[in-house]
Design a protein around this ligand. Structure first.
Ligand SMILES: O=C(O)C1=C[C@@H](OP(=O)(O)O)[C@@H](O)[C@H](O)C1
Ligand SMILES: C=C(OP(=O)(O)O)C(=O)O
Length: 425
């Protein structure tokens, strides 16, 4: 497929903008799964429409679920046939949420569900969820590889029960098991054993959205229990994607300007909410009001010493800010980013250094020191957040060319429009 590069625009002065963001990827794909397994129709209000969520919607349609457009919303009606239809082939693209949330649903289908994705998707961690599903009663043919592609031989039902899993590679391995668990005959009890599970807010989001849909969920440390039972439909309102606010709010810091994101929820499980503390630590003035969340830059950008394990998906943009900061940064707790869309630690170090920067990989993070940057081609490795990181660098560095900008459509297809509008160019 031909790919197009994009010249990241420099900021001509302090930005002053309000940027309304589309819905959260993480909430949209959870809402879709829960709606597909509910007993009643669900209206998903203002879902994100991006590659990751359209792939999830298509996978569910293929399984016999009705997903209809109604204005900004999606109306989801559970399959007319229970159990879910099969045989089908599911394309997960490069979406972690689809590759981890869909297989437990596939085990409830009536027949073969073959699951595959982009070449890189075949390298992302899947073995723990394949093994866990087998322990819960599923039959999966993965040719012994422990990764995509594989076929789930659904039998219309799954026993469920207790299982132990090492989810240190991705929180989604646990979320996937929990989201479908109300429909397992015995529900599920998932215990994590191993190095810490990353992305705690995303697990809280899974628990919260399950409870909102009527599921009985108990949690204690590294243990999650979901009782079998019906899920209700109704309305599932999707918040703006706060992780995708990172680059826009970050632009206020880089340019000494001001950016507001409207509709910032007062109370949320999204990891992007941590931007309030992170951007304040980097020198921003952060305020929440009726207009949304506003970050005002002072013109000074401080480095950051932070454990980002809970909020790993913010790393690419934070690393770009760190590369423009006046003092060193140390970002840790993020070894699992090596299994994301690309090995993000390697990719960020390589691309920042290619622009003249000083970034060093740590076993579980990055160390970034101030150094003047110059223009050049920024490779993006099919990673939407590498595009976002490059755009941030381009605000302050002349001649940053961003490879394959369309890859940003994984979560934010309108990115370049929103970016140029924010800059008034
Ligand atoms: O459950 C989710 O919606 C997500 C969980 C996180 O995955 P990891 O725990 O694999 O980092 C996050 O990085 C990803 O973007 C979305
Ligand atoms: C890691 C990410 O995505 P995925 O859901 O594919 O894991 C991300 O969006 O930063």
């Amino acid at each position: 497929m031909p790919t197009q590069n994009w010249s990241a625009p420099m900021a001509s002065g302090p930005v002053d903008a309000t940027v309304a963001l589309p819905g959260s990827k993480s909430m949209t794909n959870r809402a879709l799964i829960l709606a597909a397994l509910a007993d009643e129709p669900t209206r998903v209000v203002r879902p994100l429409r991006s590659r990751d969520t359209l792939l999830m919607a298509q996978a569910l349609r293929d399984l016999g679920v009705r997903v209809a457009e109604e204005g900004d919303d999606w109306l989801i009606a559970p399959g007319e046939r229970a159990p879910l239809a099969a045989p089908v082939r599911v394309d997960v693209g490069l979406a972690g949420t689809v590759m981890r949330f869909l297989p437990p649903v596939a085990a409830l289908a009536d027949g073969r569900v073959t699951i595959d994705g982009d070449p890189r998707a075949r390298e992302r961690p899947m073995r723990p969820i394949i093994d866990a599903l087998r322990a819960l009663g599923a039959e999966i043919d993965d040719g012994g590889r422990g990764c995509l592609p594989f076929t789930v031989h659904g039998r219309g039902a799954l026993a469920g029960g207790a299982v132990t899993i090492d989810a240190s590679g991705s929180s989604q391995l646990v979320s996937g098991l929990l989201l479908a668990a109300p429909r397992f005959a015995k529900g599920v009890e998932v215990r994590h054993e191993g190095p810490p599970v990353p992305s705690a807010p995303h697990l809280a989001m899974t628990v919260q959205m399950l409870r909102d849909a009527g599921a009985a969920v108990e949690t204690a440390g590294d243990l999650w229990r979901v009782a079998p039972g019906a899920l209700r439909g109704g309305e599932s309102v999707i918040e703006p994607d706060l992780s995708n606010a990172a680059q826009f709010l970050g632009a206020a810091l880089v340019t000494g300007g001001r950016v507001t994101v409207p509709g910032w929820p007062a109370d949320t499980t999204q990891p992007g909410d941590a931007l309030r503390g992170l951007l304040a630590a980097m020198g921003g003035q952060v305020s929440a009001g009726p207009d949304g969340l506003t970050v005002q830059g002072s013109g000074t950008l401080h480095g950051l010493d932070a454990d980002l394990r809970d909020v790993g998906e913010l790393t690419p943009v934070i690393a770009a800010l760190a590369a423009l900061a006046g003092s060193p940064s140390r970002l840790t707790g993020i070894a699992h980013l090596r299994g994301h869309e690309t090995d993000r630690l390697a990719a960020l170090a390589r691309e920042i250094n290619a622009l003249g920067g000083d970034a060093r990989e740590l076993p579980d993070g990055l160390e970034i020191r101030p150094r003047p940057l110059h223009g050049g081609l920024f490779h993006t490795y099919d990673d939407h957040r590498m595009v976002m990181a490059a755009a941030v660098l381009g605000l302050a560095v002349e001649g940053v060319e961003v490879e394959n900008v369309a890859t940003v459509g994984k979560t934010l297809p309108d990115f370049t429009d929103l970016w140029t509008r924010m800059l008034g160019v």
